[in-house]
Design a protein around this ligand. Sequence first.
Ligand code: GDP
Length: 357
Amino acid sequence: MTDHTHADTLRTPIVAVLGHVDHGKTSLLDTIRGSAVSEGEAGAITQHIGATDIPLDTISGMAGELIDPTDFDLPGLLFIDTPGHHSFSTLRARGGALADIAVLVVDVNDGFQPQTEEAIDILRRTGTPFVVAANKVDTTPGWNPQDGEPIQKSMDAQSERAKSMLDENLYEIIGQLSDAGFSADLYWRVQDFQKNIGVVPLSALTGEGVPDLLTVLMGLSQRFMKEEMAIDVTGPGEGTVLEVKDERGFGATVDTVVYDGVIRNGDTVVVGGQDEPIVTEIRALLRPRPLAEIRTEKEFEKVGEIGAAAGVKIAAPDLDRAMAGAPVRVVRDRTVDQVVEEVKAELAEIEVETADN
Ligand code: GDP
């Protein structure tokens, strides 16, 4: 039954992937997308602008016996496609991090590296819950790869020698997390994910352990973020600019992640700019055209509206001085001045943060 007085619904948690260069962030995202697609069903993933949406059904298909989908009512996970903590730290939402949850990728042989430390500092500062993906387990000498399998099953297929070498590396990482002030353990030993960081051994190359990562992300979101995921689906849309891009036929556009409410074509929006907030009216809301229809020349399709959480390209006049990381707010039933003040306040907060670093 639809309750028209309360349009609250649960949105998809936004996930960011961070970690040291070459530790496997891009490969991990590719593998998650690829194995979701090979789950086979239509709608296994939805490509957004700057993000990939993996619905609960697909996650549950990939996770097999690890997940009982009836335990969840969050709709899935929205992965931001651009990995790295530079993008993460510029992507804010109402003073906090845009991402609701993060994956810190650490090469199991390399352990903590300078950018791992930087990423940890940012996660700590923004209070973002995270899990550690201990990547490249397949490079353990003598490893017997178990493509796409849950990590326990994969561990069972290893020699004692390979297992103990991997264990040694994993405990090194757990020790480094502890030195950084985070109590951590292998995820299946963690009782309380609010007190302990879960470490998921995996391989972005073979996909083993990836089902576990998705299960842990889904479980964490469900248990600790359900309240924050409740949004008014008809409320004025709020989002964050990922990137400002010139697009043939549209001029300057802003690729935006929407984290609350709904954005509609024709809406008046306020967008954070390099000098002052930009007040403009949306001319088009664009999404990537589904792969099946890519024969047509146009890369994007127009949509009438888009609700959180989602990635969308906004075409509107005067966006050329918009700024990556800046807020996007729909005006709807408020005054333009009110929303301009909100955007200014949020930009001031971001500037203070940046100056602190
Ligand atoms: P990023 O800089 O963190 O995005 O790292 P990439 O995803 O580009 O990976 C860096 C290199 O490590 C590439 O050559 C990948 O093929 C390789 N790589 C990533 N993940 C794995 C893995 O799980 N196993 C192995 N053997 N190689 C990997």
